[in-house]
Design a protein around this ligand. Structure first.
Ligand code: SMG
Ligand code: MG
Length: 373
């Protein structure tokens, strides 16, 4: 595959409702999209999941754009291996330390173009085994418990199969207890702290044990694997890691240390869908279930996440919700919808299997730049 052009495009999309986590409130997304066009005129798309500010991880949208422009693209466009193949992208960029979200967006765009050119779906390429994926929903920290219960009730009416509550010190046992009491023991329920606790909070977190949660996600800081291992021994609820799992090796280490019993897989966090598949494989080999995390993606990123979630060891519902949980109008021409049983269809067309809504994209674009080899 020969690249003819790479487009970096910034898009601003307001969220349907503000999303509050332990690290901040998000009202909209400032998204960096990568579009590659091959010499044969085939397009490929990648969505960078970095946030506006470096609060979830060190990456942020503006920084990712600079890194791609100044450091990644020059390396990619100079690779001696021609034609360029998606599996060469990671190695070509490996000399640049960090910036997994920027790297992932670039690799995703090349992979999409490659698969579209060969008529293979991303799910088929990755080794997906299911055509539909159970949808979960991530619910932000609310103003009050009644407001939270209303929000959860709305999502359960929509048909979501699993609910994740964002928690932080001061917003944990009370909201979890209220959701359990109102919606019953059958509700598949889990929580995510985004690293807001310390090991000294072990007793507080252990109070969550009585609510039969599927898991507690990333209670401690990203680099505290030992702390998670110590905490895991004090809890009955399984621990799941998100921010800490930055590669397949990190996943293997975390499992070996007993720092988690479940893994959240996000391609952006680990540098791309190929590394995400390796995370899946490492976990599968260790009998550790995984699920697909979300970064408030548009239909472009979500199409890829659905393909990833089709792999066999994605046995828990992911943070993959329908388009209308995030956007008034998504960037794909066909919105992702919940089917009657709370599942979302995995696209089966070539590459991402979606069509980008160019009119809408142009309307919400704030900046565009083009690069050629
Ligand atoms: O995409 O539905 C989604 C959001 C899922 O909660 C979600 N993601 O830590 O797992 C996480 C958060 C990170 C993004 S918060 C802006
Ligand atoms: Mg998380």
């Amino acid at each position: 595959m020969k690249l003819a052009e790479v487009e970096l495009r910034r898009v601003r999309l307001p969220l349907m409702t503000p999303f509050r986590t332990s690290f901040g409130v998000q009202l909209d997304r400032d998204i960096l999209l990568v579009r590659v066009t091959t010499a044969d005129g085939v397009e490929g798309w990648g969505e960078c999941v970095a946030g506006t500010d470096p609060l979830y991880s060190p990456e942020f949208t503006e920084g990712a754009q600079v890194v791609i422009r100044e450091h990644l693209l020059p390396r990619l466009l100079a690779t001696p291996e021609r034609p360029l193949a998606a599996h060469r992208v990671g190695p070509a960029l490996a000399a640049v330390k960090g910036h997994p979200m920027a790297k992932a967006a670039l690799e995703a765009a090349v992979l999409d173009a490659e698969l579209r050119a060969s008529g293979v779906s991303l799910a088929g390429f990755l080794g997906g085994v299911r055509g539909r994926v159970a949808a979960g929903v991530s619910v932000g920290i609310a103003e009050s418990v009644p407001a939270l219960l209303d929000t959860v009730a709305g999502y359960l009416d929509d048909g979501y199969r699993r609910v994740k509550l964002k928690i932080e010190p001061g917003w944990d046992v009370t909201p979890v207890a209220a959701v359990r009491e109102r919606f019953g023991d059958q509700l598949a329920l889990q929580v995510d702290a985004n690293a807001a606790y310390g090991l000294a909070d072990a007793r507080q977190l252990a109070e969550l044990d009585e609510f039969g949660l599927l898991l507690i996600e990333q209670p401690l800081p990203e680099d505290d694997l030992r702390g998670h291992a110590v905490l895991a021994r004090q809890l009955r609820t399984p621990l799941c890691l998100d921010e800490s799992i930055t590669s397949a090796r990190a996943a293997a280490d975390a499992i070996a240390l007993g720092a988690c019993q479940i893994v959240n897989v996000k391609a952006g966090r680990v540098g791309g869908y190929l590394e995400a598949r390796r995370v899946h494989d490492v976990c599968a080999a260790q009998g550790v279930p995984v699920w697909c995390g979300g970064m408030l993606e548009t239909g472009i990123g979500r199409a890829a996440n659905l393909a990833l979630a089709a792999l066999p060891n994605f046995t828990l519902p992911g943070d993959i919700s329908a388009s209308d949980r995030y956007w008034r109008r998504d960037l794909s021409t066909e919105p992702f919808v919940l089917e009657d049983d709370g599942c979302i269809r995995v696209p089966d067309g070539p590459g991402l299997g979606i069509t980008v809504d160019q009119d809408w994209l142009d309307e919400v674009t704030t900046a565009v730049e083009h690069h050629a080899p």
